[in-house]
Design a protein around this ligand. Structure first.
Ligand code: HEM
Length: 218
């Protein structure tokens, strides 16, 4: 990306992209990328420790499709349960809690309210994901629900699932994030046996360092 930005200034394609703009764009991408993706992987591993039956099912899928070879990007389309686990994890523990502030470009009606032009609007993404009209037992981690629907991560269907927000300001890193999360989670499940540390109760998104892993005996 840095190369693209630098090339575009050299070619005078985007004259406003000076060094300062490029530096802050890189910082924004790094900030937006690192903590989010690692947190998503962290959450998924905690959920898998909480739900050993899901962990087992995922391990069996990877073993059947990929075998002993290390999972790579080209395997992902053949691993539907992995995709379901990762999407369900982003739904049930939505950590990008809100969008960044947006503004209305014209008068809008929403839920019976008039939202005036230029109003600052922030969407609480978690509320879409825990909405019982869209999701049965919304607070339960159940990856199977994503085998029965074809909801992508971009909120393009019915605004029931939008971990990366939706529309023109949707997270620009969504595809990269899903790729990284999928490959890392698959490799962690493939390589280690995961279990909850004994006597730790109520694992939740705010708790850290409560699971452990040991290499699988292969
Ligand atoms: C699981 C991982 C991630 C989640 C859940 C996530 C979620 C989000 C959300 C909810 C927004 C706000 C969108 C809005 O206001 O409508 C956002 C913005 C953004 N994200 Fe991500 N993100 C993730 C990973 C990444 C990655 C990997 C990158 C970069 C490679 C990235 C770069 C950005 C940037 C630059 C913005 C600001 C976009 C703008 O100003 O229009 N994010 N992200």
């Amino acid at each position: 990306m840095l190369m693209l930005l630098l090339t575009s200034t050299v070619g005078k394609e985007f004259p406003n992209f000076n060094d300062s703009v490029i530096t802050s764009l890189c910082a924004e991408f790094l900030n937006g990328a690192i903590h989010t993706t690692t947190l998503a992987i962290d959450h998924t591993m905690v959920l898998l420790c909480e739900h050993p039956e899901v962990n087992q099912k995922l391990y069996r899928e990877i073993e059947a499709i990929v075998g002993r070879r290390v999972v790579d990007e080209s395997d992902l389309p053949k691993l539907p349960y992995l995709s379901a686990v990762n999407r369900e994890s982003l739904r049930v523990w939505t950590f990008g809690l809100t969008t960044i502030p947006h503004a209305t470009s014209e008068l809008q009606k929403l839920g019976g309210y008039d939202i005036p032009t230029d109003a600052v609007v922030i969407f609480v993404l978690e509320s879409f994901h825990l909405e019982s009209t869209h999701w049965s037992e919304p607070s339960i981690f159940k990856p199977e629900r994503f085998l029965e629907n074809d909801l992508d991560v971009l909120g393009t269907k019915n605004f029931s699932f939008l971990p990366f927000s939706a529309g023109r300001r949707v997270c620009p890193g969504s595809q990269l994030a899903m790729l990284e999360i999928s490959v890392v989670v698959a490799r962690l499940v493939q390589t280690f046996e995961w279990e909850k540390v004994p006597n730790v109760k109520n694992l939740g998104p705010e708790i850290e360092s409560v699971f452990r892993a040991r290499p699988r005996s292969v």
